[in-house]
Design a protein around this ligand. Structure first.
Ligand code: F6P
Length: 552
């Protein structure tokens, strides 16, 4: 493949830069008055409605963004991803998380080998194992059924599964399947996280799943050793084979750790950590908790969006539109952050997961060829479910900084409540906010409106809302396992689209290495000072002072 020119040197990029000026005097209040424009900014697929009419964009803007996509060879890049080309060039890897949710008869190849049969071998193994554990056919060392699971992992080996677990917990169908069972996640190396996780659990009835792509991550391995000790000190060292299993690409290290390779669930280097929730990383713990059939529906939902992303024309393609609009907001309108605001408590772990997917993928400073970027890539993602967020950071979003918002709503609540005497049911109450907030941001409130309400002169500037603050709304029909899979896939592909346009490698993460290696140096020093009483050496004044205070 020839080296791509930086996208900022293309005509469509220049054109969009100039186009920002065209929009300077245009307020969202005016744009929202044009019903034809709004109609053209709605896309529906498989029950999901995307409404991006509250973006600071005209039909012309979208045309220009589509031209930018062409200049960035977006279609070709998507094609390369789905066809197993080694688009993660710095690690010389394919990027094939879409193969993880492909049906059994699909053909998706990496290096000329169809990887789908391997994927299904592992899925079949998970189905079999999780059914044996759930039915009590697989028991612990003392013959008791394993009703509780602690999944140890961090980053991509934690956040995605936690998000899906949290979202499924209140789904009526999924919760039917997990009576009497618990799934917990141990991520932080902080011993407090260990304490929290084992509190109330008994080693006799607990299965520990060690999840690590590399099986070298310091936090995960220390936590794994800690829980191995928890099990073997209670039940004897032989109990480990009954109480610990692993998910990894590094099966030799799994075995070296003392986990029977028969009890290891593989995945492959073409699955990036933050894109691994559909591999055994997520599928094993979630199947243990909810049963394989629920998790299969989750994979089907993700697959549905994969197909949409691969084959739908760009102007009707939900992840593509979302990605292009984010590029527009970051690179042209200059908004560096994005708020992810699901109006569903079940999605409380969605923003933290997308934070990693997005910020670890697109937080880059050089192009895929290593050229420093003359523009910023990536954005700061954060979020909270509505309405909680409204009572926290929405003040800043309404009257402070401009932060494009993703409002995510659900038509059918997982847990509807109808309270006698209320004018609407509880879910309608929640959704009233979902529908109101985007308009509050877009329209704002003028001083004229306030004057008509007899607001006193001195309060006018404080009560004025400038409006013209962009958002988009995504309405899901429900929040079943299938819909959760759809949502995941939409965001994964959106992030990829942004990276493809910015011309970066969204699939490596070298930026996490430096801190890790400096921690190794500190770890050695702490050991030397505590055990051998050696002085602190080789650190700057600040770190030396902090370390001295800590060691005192
Ligand atoms: O934070 C860096 C990172 O490498 C992530 O990309 C990854 O998801 C996480 O650490 C955990 O890695 P592993 O699954 O190898 O333990």
């Amino acid at each position: 493949m020839a080296s791509p020119a930086l996208i900022s040197r293309t005509h469509p990029w220049e054109d969009l830069k100039a186009h920002v000026e065209d929009l300077k005097g245009t307020h969202l209040r005016d744009l929202m008055g044009d019903a034809d424009r709004c109609r053209s900014m709605m896309v529906e697929f498989d029950g999901i409605l995307l409404d991006y009419s509250r973006q600071r964009a005209t039909v012309d803007t979208v045309d220009k963004l589509l031209k930018l996509a062409e200049a960035a060879s977006l279609k070709e890049k998507i094609h390369h991803m789905f066809h197993g080309e080694r688009i993660n060039t710095t690690e010389n890897r394919s990027v094939l998380h879409v193969a993880l949710r492909a049906p059994r008869d699909a053909v998706i190849s990496s290096d000329g080998k169809n990887v789908v049969p391997d994927v299904w071998d592992v899925l079949d193994k998970i189905k079999d194992f999780s059914e044996r554990v759930r039915s009590g056919a697989w028991v612990g060392a003392t013959g008791k059924a394993l009703k509780d699971v602690i999944a140890i992992g961090i980053g991509g080996s934690f956040l995605g599964p936690l998000f899906v677990h949290t979202a499924l917990q209140t789904d009526p169908e999924a919760s039917e399947h997990c009576r009497g069972r618990q799934l917990r996640f141990l991520a932080n190396v902080d011993p407090i996280d260990v304490a929290r996780n084992i509190t109330g659990l008994c080693p006799e009835t607990t299965l520990v799943v060690v999840v690590s792509k590399t099986f070298t991550t310091a936090e995960t391995m220390l936590n794994a050793r800690t829980l191995r000790e928890w099990i073997s000190s209670a039940l004897g060292p032989d109990a480990v084979s009954k109480h610990m299993v692993a998910v990894s690409t590094n099966l030799p290290l799994v075995e070296k750790f003392g986990i029977d390779p028969k009890n290891a669930f593989a995945f492959w280097d073409w699955v990036g950590g933050r894109y691994s929730v559909c591999s055994a990383v997520g599928v094993l713990p979630l199947s243990l908790q909810y049963g394989f059939s629920i998790v299969e529906n989750f994979l089907k939902g993700a697959y549905s969006i994969d197909q949409h992303f691969y084959s739908t024309s760009l102007e009707k393609n939900i992840p593509v539109l979302l990605g292009l609009l984010s590029v527009w907001n970051v690179s042209f309108l200059g908004y560096p952050a994005r708020a992810i605001l699901p109006y569903s408590q079940a999605l409380e772990k969605f923003a933290p997961h997308i934070q990693q997917v997005s910020m670890e993928s697109n937080g880059k400073g050089v192009s895929i060829d290593g050229e420093p970027l003359p523009y910023e890539a990536g954005e700061i993602d954060f979020g909270e479910p509505g309405t909680n967020g409204q009572h926290s950071f929405y003040q800043l979003i309404h009257q402070g900084r401009v932060i494009p918002c993703d409002f995510i709503g659900v038509v059918k609540s997982q847990q509807p409540v109808y309270l006698k005497g209320e004018i609407v049911n509880n879910h309608d109450e929640l959704m009233s906010n979902f529908f109101a907030q985007p308009d509050a941001l877009a329209y704002g409130k003028t001083s004229e409106q306030l004057r008509k309400e007899n607001v006193s002169q001195n309060l006018l500037p404080h009560k004025t809302f400038t409006g013209n603050r962009p958002s988009l709304s995504i309405l899901l029909p429900a929040l079943t396992a299938y819909n959760i899979g759809q949502l995941l896939s939409i965001y994964e592909h959106r992030v990829a689209v942004q990276g493809f346009i910015w011309g970066i490698n969204s699939f490596d993460q070298w930026g996490v290495e430096l801190g890790k290696s400096l921690a190794t140096q500190v770890r050695k020093q702490l050991h030397a000072s505590r055990v051998k009483r050696e002085p602190i050496e080789g650190f700057n004044y600040s770190t030396t002072t902090l370390l001295t205070k800590y060691l005192e």
